[in-house]
Design a protein around this ligand. Sequence first.
Ligand code: A3P
Length: 294
Amino acid sequence: ELAGKSHIRPPLKNVRGVPLKEPIAKNFESVWDFCPDPTDILIATYPKAGTTWTQEIVDLLLHNGDTEACKRSSIVVRSPFLEISNPSPIPSGLDLLCKMSPPRIIKTHLPIQLVPEGFWENKCKVIYVARNAKDSLVSYYHFDRMNVTQCEPGSWENYIQKFMKGELSWGSWYDHVNGYWRERENRNILYLFYEDMKENLQREVERIKQHLDLSVTDDVIAHIAEKTSFEVMKENPMVNYTFRPFLDQSISPFMRKGEVGDWVNHFSASQLEIFDEHYEQQMKMSNIPFRTNL
Ligand code: A3P
């Protein structure tokens, strides 16, 4: 049984204008003070963009494609979630990080302005993964239904409204993707798209390898792409989150569909019209090449 009722369907608290779950907000000052090693790697995403997928790819790259080595523990232990604070006795991200030696693969959903300064000062390698808004929204909705440490999602109709207003945990998708996009060249951020990964995973794994300055052969790159397909990862107990007691995978599996374009099965015509118009407004100054279909 999980202790720490405060982690169950927690309220959101504003941290410098960004809504974060209360347990994260409470600990934010220690997260802000975290100082990474220059060899640490940061994987940053808005929730549901393909974080776990990218974490597994990076761990495999650092282990030259050794799938057994990458089953040494679950993904949450191999690649800690910087800001997360879990129901006891599950360790927080910082608890795990302080026991590991660099290079560490660090996950965050923080928008760029909340990422601890040390990552930029130390010129850590950063990978950002973005996923189109509609598929992110659909995936996040199902995740919030099955994860009791997330806020109550409410109805689908209402969830769309909250997404558009930036009222979900970790804030506005629009600000998040744009914040990292604007800084990608200044701060040497590899900006990846979920849709590109679906289109040609081997090509994107190669780009990650280049960004991380690793020497990994083409054969190993191909092998990593094979072992990180949706089908393989769904069956891998070290990455499919079946190890997490507070996720109810009978409501919706963590590895749910893994597709581009599932949004068509969720939005009504009138919801689409409202969403698209708002999207145009929010993104008109932005030239991020998002794709909602392949
Ligand atoms: P869906 O809910 O659309 O299926 P995150 O790891 O950031 O929480 O993202 C989870 C989303 O990425 C889920 O999307 C999940 O199925 C998908 N995903 C995880 N591994 C994947 C893989 N190897 N290939 C494609 N999609 C994957």
